[in-house]
Design a protein around this ligand. Structure first.
Ligand code: CA
Length: 135
């Protein structure tokens, strides 16, 4: 069964982006990526992805801020993919609105399974107030 879900990867490490993208495309997902938090938020607003994979350690704004900004306007499923392994980081991200959290390094089988979990959260809600986060 082919899925046509659009996935936006917000991640500054190109190797990780390429690694994840290749695996997702092999499963028929449509993949786009952004290397900074701000460009990720912009891509979210313009490309309306079904699922977001989000790194927390980004070069401009912290991924936590990205979660907060996106949650002001959308319930899009967000899967955090981060090297931060402290329980408190995971709790903070989930409390801020992330749907799930995977720590690096991860196995691709597990990541794909967690992406499938994200599919269960997909609702086709439109962005109603994009201006709030584009400022
Ligand atoms: Ca990073």
């Amino acid at each position: 069964m082919s899925s046509k879900y659009k996935i936006l990867i917000i991640e500054d490490e190109i190797k990780t982006v390429n690694f994840i993208s290749m695996a997702l495309r092999a499963k028929d997902y449509k993949v786009s990526s952004a290397q900074t938090g701000r460009s990720g938020i912009l891509s979210f607003c313009t490309s309306n992805p079904d699922i977001i994979l989000l790194d927390l350690g980004l070069p401009d704004v912290d991924g936590m801020k990205v979660i907060e900004e996106i949650r002001k306007v959308s319930d899009v499923p967000i899967l955090v993919v981060s090297g931060r392994k402290f329980e408190q980081d995971i709790i903070d991200a989930l409390d801020a609105g992330a749907n799930d959290y995977v720590t690096k390094p991860f196995g691709m089988g597990e990541l794909l399974a967690r992406v499938r979990v994200m599919e269960r959260y997909i609702t086709k809600e439109t962005i109603t107030k994009p201006n709030q986060i584009l400022q």
